[in-house]
Design a binder for this molecule. Sequence first.
Ligand code: V47
Ligand code: SF4
Length: 377
Amino acid sequence: MSQHTSPPSLETIRRKVEVAERLSPAEGEFLLGRDVDLHAVGELADLDRRRRHAGVAFYNTNSHLNPTNVCLYRCPLCAYSCDSDDPRAYVMDRDEILRRGGSAAEAGCTELHIVGGIHPDKPFQWYVDILRMLHEAYPRLHLKAWTAMEIAHFATLTRQPIGSVLDDLIEAGLGSLPGGGAEIFDPEVRRQICPKKPGGDTWLEVHRTVHGAGLHTNATMLYGHVETPAQRIDHLVRLRELQDDTAGFQAFIPLAFHPDGTRFAHLKKVSALEDLRVMAVSRLMLDNFDHVKAYWISLGVETAQIALAYGADDIDGTVRHERIHHEAGSTAPEMLTVEALRGLIIEAGREPVERDTLYRRVHRDGTDWKIDDSVVS
Ligand code: V47
Ligand code: SF4
């Protein structure tokens, strides 16, 4: 006898969210549909968020460092990378990298987010040395560095297993991994937007290995290009399954695709309403993730503020020197001061709480700061 399952409805989903019961892939796909009232979906996501974080929204004081824009993969989705003979090509030298670290430390940053292109000529040691010199010079800066795709490249370069590459990076000062490179896991989508990048299975395997080594990581999803609602949900479900196994993810960051300067420049930019729906559905599907970030650089400041009522509990950081999204047409400011970030959160009706990369609270006293180890948010 075939088993009958009734089609998803907002009412059954509401009852599940009220008792914190896991939503099915079919329910996630249903919520992504435009005919389901966006504000009802947002209200459910906010119920979930409030249960976890009450009236608080997190931010951090951070800076980005992109040591090179030269990249072997030249993904069609990317406006930032170029070939080494391109007039836009750059590779930072040791002094420049140290200067960037110094200015981040001086500005009171607790985190440096380091990612870049996969340079065709740089050996693994170049990446290790970047971490080591920054860590030695500025030991209080948490180095959230290299995407899973870069780590996979290091394993290929060195012909070593991912675990042993990680050991070297951790020894040099690696603190955690950012969530980039995930895009959409579906192979057909990857074939169109990032054909040379390793597949979704590799991304997941790298994060599994990093979690096994005792480090935390983030996860992202790039949406608003060629993917279908079903492929978005498949992506979220695969993240949820890995998190069930390892509990190593800290935050999920949905990234809206910016088409300018990419091979998808003909596509329309995702609407703010779609951004809010993806945020809310992500919060509802990823029941084992503590944090969902409204990355203001990607969403724009106003949408990020509204997203705090659609499931997001974190607005990312001050973000100095971001290039990847700005090259692709993001009109968000280049950076925000701590005062501006806090003001945005307060205006959105939340209490701003500064956290470090590992979601421990940061206390500031003038220009000095210390981490409260007893409170993990
Ligand atoms: O992996 C590239 C995306 C990612 C475009 O872990 C684009 O805390 C939009 O992962 N339009 C890098 N997005 C950024 C990233 C990130 C950002 C903030 C915080 C964290 C974290 C991680 O940016 C890439 C790719 O998915 N990207 N090109 C574009 N045209
Ligand atoms: Fe290189 Fe990353 Fe840009 Fe792809 S998205 S071309 S891997 S920098």
